[in-house]
Ligand binder design. Structure first.
Ligand code: GLV
Ligand code: MN
Ligand code: MN
Length: 400
């Protein structure tokens, strides 16, 4: 039997690795010291539960049932400043379901925490490598914003095996996650069964002008990299207007100015340009506009420009059989308080869906807040998510 108290205790314990800020904040980016410590703790918890712990070369932590099994899980790395549930919930729920399955003799479930879902290096790097969408040697060359490579970062983690677990050891993948948006909370609902996950693209753009004195350089003579970024943003918003839908999103989330000092005209700006949509064609058209606008602004402002794509992910639909099992669980556990919905956040389930049937379940985020220290979910909703997973596993059990 699943044990909600044990599940909540483990979830709170995981937060202690990298606990920060007010409320329930966490700072646990991939391969940081708290992330590595959390992964070792998790491997031990898996071992204690009767699962075989396996840390693969990318830092993904698996707790394996002996026989072919359903795989459940998510990620335990966090954003540079993040919340306690993003990823952690799905990992600890998987641990609890797999542990209960060990205790009661099936149906067999394995658990996983994928590495770098939050994109310190790429985008869902651990599951991308595991699912074969990116070779490890290629992931190894991706750098974080301080120039540290995935290869350097993963070298710091002891206890890795030199093999990857073959996906055909599993019959499917189910990921529980917080919604990270306002829909369920605003509607007073407890469960979202995911239909599709959006696709994402991201570029790193650099404008390089001329660093100069902020008091003596006439405005007309400046090649100010910040002004170029600002104009890029304004022109882009205008040019995207006829392409996007109300569901399309795009974000300049990281900007770094050099030298970043009040009395210096900035000579260089490096920034992230990210866009997401459920439609592949729209992602393509947005990309064309983004590239055009970057080229035009560089020319208008006299900037040298580089525009480098980061690893992308395509939009995917969830598996019908697994989805139906989750829907039946939602009907049983949260009657009248659940819905089907798309995911605007990225998830490891996207990568896993290329090698296994995959599905996802959401519980509400209070006030729709996530990727922030304030991220939280009512305890009753966390437990409802666990119970829906359990219901689905029991129903699927005979067929897996
Ligand atoms: C992953 O957390 C995302 O950015 O959606
Ligand atoms: Mn997540
Ligand atoms: Mn996240």
């Amino acid at each position: 039997m699943i044990n909600p108290d044990r599940f909540l205790a483990d979830l709170h314990h995981l937060r202690s690795f990298g606990a920060a800020g007010v409320g329930n904040g966490v700072i646990r980016p991939a391969f940081s010291a708290p992330d590595i410590a959390a992964r070792h703790w998790l491997a031990q918890r898996m071992q204690d539960a009767g699962l075989q712990a396996h840390i693969d070369p990318a830092g993904n932590v698996f707790g394996l049932a002996e026989e072919k099994s359903l795989l459940m899980g998510s990620h335990s790395d966090s954003q540079p400043t993040g919340g306690w549930l993003d990823g952690a919930l799905g990992v600890i729920a998987a641990l609890e379901i797999a542990r209960a399955a060990q205790e009661q003799g099936g149906p067999p479930v394995s658990a996983v925490s994928f590495q770098d879902e939050e994109g310190r290096f790429g985008t869902c790097t651990g599951s991308m490598v595991w699912a074969g969408a990116m070779p490890l040697h290629e992931a190894d060359t991706v750098t974080d914003r301080d120039g540290i490579s995935f290869a350097q970062a993963r070298a710091a983690m002891q206890g890795k095996a030199d093999t990857f677990i073959a996906p055909d050891r599993f019959s499917g993948f189910v990921e529980l996650h917080i919604e990270q948006g306002p829909t369920l909370d605003a509607a007073g609902e407890q469960i979202g069964v995911v239909t599709d996950i959006v696709g994402i693209r991201q570029n790193h753009i650099t404008f390089e002008g001329q660093q100069n004195h902020a008091g003596t350089t006439p405005m007309a003579a400046r090649r100010d990299a910040f002004q170029a970024v600002s104009a890029f943003n304004t022109l882009l918003n205008d040019r995207l207007r006829n392409i996007v839908t109300p569901q399309t999103v795009w974000t300049i989330g990281h900007v770094s100015l050099t030298p970043n000092a009040p009395s210096i005209v900035p000579g260089k700006a490096v920034f992230s340009m990210q866009w997401r949509d459920g439609d592949l064609d729209r992602l393509d058209r947005m990309e064309e506009v983004i590239n055009d606008v970057a080229t035009q602004i560089a020319s208008d402002f006299g900037m040298a420009m580089t525009n480098v794509p980061r690893p992308a992910m395509v939009p995917v639909a969830m598996d019908k059989t697994l989805r139906t099992a989750l829907e039946n669980g939602a009907i049983a556990i949260a009657p009248g308080r659940w819905r089907t919905m798309p995911s605007g956040a990225l998830h490891d389930a996207t990568n896993v869906s290329s090698v296994l049937p995959a599905a996802m379940l959401f519980v509400p985020s209070i006030n729709g807040i996530s990727h922030a220290f304030e991220e939280d979910t009512h305890e009753a909703d966390l437990i409802a998510g666990l119970q829906v997973l359990d219901h689905a596993v029991q129903a699927l059990g005979a067929r897996l």
